[in-house]
Ligand binder design. Structure first.
Ligand code: AMP
Length: 538
């Protein structure tokens, strides 16, 4: 067989050749853009040509700070296709982490949305590798800025050659992109994706067994393009000729629902907090969501009640997926098997609420102190994973690599069980598990129990120090607008679901649960704020 190199160039060229008239719809802060893949392809080539004119060479890193829009999509291809490396940066990082990731990656050029110019001005003296900043904006003039070398993206597109030819000697193991984990403790850790890993991960997204994204779909990625390549959807969708809707800045549940209705979106991906918000808006407003074939939810555990709400009340198929920055990210995904059709609805929902089975191409093992755990759906251990789109190292960080990669397996830091069909249930992050009297309590399970109550909008469970049991669970609940329920009623509701010693010691009501920059519950902050407060009150 051909020793054909698997690169991102092929993905874009396929879209240009066979789907030249299909659409990319992109919302920026000033307007909605509608482009064809032909135009996107030409703009990618112009951008690559202009970056070359700015001195970018093979292996150079280009950072981006941008929302989900067409210019960011163009960078997704223009940069790796010229054999440079796309470093997507989370613009919500604290300043010291922003400086750290830009320096660690040694970004030469930054492509930024105009609104982030202040962020870069504030750190410009501390990021010496950055030679040029390119503003991804609709404005026709460069705003007043203290940055030394600033270009307008659109001027570079005009100046570049839209027929620029990509190098043919790109090797599949060349780096194509990089992303840093959004660290809640310590420094962010860099993960480098290769052309090959991006190619194979995108191909896996197209399997009927996974998301099955294909030409007839309309894809709306809500997960940010700075976070693990928006779960790979921009790559897969372009390759397969799928219409893309890129929602731009300041995305609200109402906007999401309007885009779904107007653009006939069939597939959309986001974290549970996004889908919780959309569910509330759906309950209040009247939107046509009949085009949706699937909402894909991952990044944290999707509560069973949320899945039931989407599927049984809104008639929207819901797919729960699991992954991490280190796994490109899609690693497991929950689709019931043919034999599960016989089961009751409740049992089917239990299966849908697991993190699902490993995507073909990858392998998983769950390991505890006795070795690999039995596939009994009960024994807990750490989820380990390997395969062609799983990282085998952290960038510039051999000590972090040694902690997480052993004998070719990535140790995820997630505690899980696995059943005989391979369905994985993540019970917690190692750091979030509550260890009560030496036994583990799954905060994820308790959260799901609490969130099943109709008055509860969001729930998080944290461990608080306890004299006798070392740690005990504390439930933290945000109620839905206008809803009313007492602590006692909530206890009554969850008591039948758990063994007694798993039940939280107390439940407190708050207005908001702090979230990470990618919308996950920030348990560390909750623990810091709440356990002190709670213990003082006792
Ligand atoms: P990140 O690298 O920021 O995407 O975070 C990855 C982590 O998110 C994983 O190690 C899990 O702890 C968590 N995670 C992702 N998807 C899920 C899921 N479906 N259920 C539970 N936890 C998840």
């Amino acid at each position: 067989m051909n020793n054909f190199q698997l690169t991102t160039t092929q993905m874009l060229e396929r879209a240009e050749k066979y789907f030249s008239q299909k659409e990319v719809v992109s919302r920026t802060d000033l307007k909605v853009h509608r482009l064809t893949y032909k135009e996107v392809g030409q703009r990618c080539r112009s951008l690559s040509d202009s970056l070359e004119a700015l001195g970018i060479k093979k292996g150079d890193r280009i950072g981006t700070l941008g929302w989900n829009h067409h210019r960011h999509l163009e960078a997704y291809f223009a940069v790796p296709n010229m054999n440079a490396v796309l470093h997507t940066i989370n613009f919500r990082l604290p300043q010291e982490h922003l400086i750290y990731v830009i320096n660690d990656a040694e970004d030469k050029v930054l492509l930024i949305d105009a609104q982030f110019i202040g962020l870069i001005e504030a750190i410009k003296d501390e990021i010496p590798s950055v030679q040029h900043v390119i503003l991804m904006t609709d404005e026709e003039n460069i705003p007043e800025t203290s940055l030394p070398s600033v270009y307008l993206y659109e001027s570079l597109i005009e100046q570049g050659d839209p027929t620029y030819q990509y190098p043919e000697n790109i090797q599949e193991n060349d780096p194509a992109g990089m992303c840093y984990t959004s660290a809640t403790t310590g420094k962010p850790k860099g993960v480098v994706y290769t052309h090959r890993s991006t190619f194979l991960h995108s191909m896996a997204l197209g399997l009927a067994e996974t998301t099955g994204v294909q030409e007839e779909d309309v894809s709306l990625p809500l997960v940010p393009m700075f976070h693990v390549n928006a779960w790979g959807f921009p790559y897969a969708a372009t390759w397969f000729g799928t219409k893309q809707v890129l929602p731009g800045p300041n995305v609200t549940p109402q906007l999401i629902l309007e885009l779904i209705e107007q653009e006939k979106v069939t597939m959309s991906a986001g974290v549970p907090t996004i889908w919780l918000g959309v569910a509330q808006a759906l309950e209040q407003g009247n939107y046509d969501t009949s085009s949706l074939k699937a909402v894909i939810c991952g990044g944290s555990a999707a509560p069973k009640s949320l899945i039931a709400l989407y599927e049984d009340r809104f008639n929207i198929p819901f797919i729960h997926a699991y992954g991490m920055t280190e796994t490109s990210p899609v690693a497991t995904l929950s689709r019931p098997l043919s034999k599960h059709k016989e089961l009751s609805r409740e049992e089917q929902l239990d299966i849908k609420a697991t993190q699902g089975r490993v995507v073909p191409g990858l392998e998983v093992r769950i390991i505890n102190e006795n070795g690999e755990v039995p596939a009994d759906g009960e024994t807990m251990g750490e989820l380990t994973i390997r395969g062609p789109w799983i990282t085998d190292q952290y960038y510039n960080a051999p000590d972090k690599t040694a902690e997480s990669v052993k004998d070719g397996w990535l140790y995820t830091g997630d505690i899980a069980t696995i059943d005989e069909d391979g369905f994985i249930q993540v019970v917690d992050r190692t750091k979030d598990l509550v260890k009560s009297g030496g036994e583990w309590i799954s905060t994820v399970a308790l959260e799901n129990g609490l969130m099943a109550h109709e008055a509860v909008a969001e729930a998080s469970v944290i461990g608080i120090p306890h004299e006798k049991w070392q740690e005990r669970p504390l439930g933290v609940v945000v109620l839905k607008e206008g809803a009313d329920v007492t602590k006692e009623e909530l206890f009554e509701f969850i008591t039948p679901m758990f063994v007694k010693w798993w039940l939280p010691d107390d439940i407190v009501f708050v207005n908001e649960i702090p979230k990470t920059s990618v919308g996950k519950f920030l348990k560390r902050a909750l623990r810091d704020e709440l356990s002190d407060y709670y213990l003082q009150e006792q």
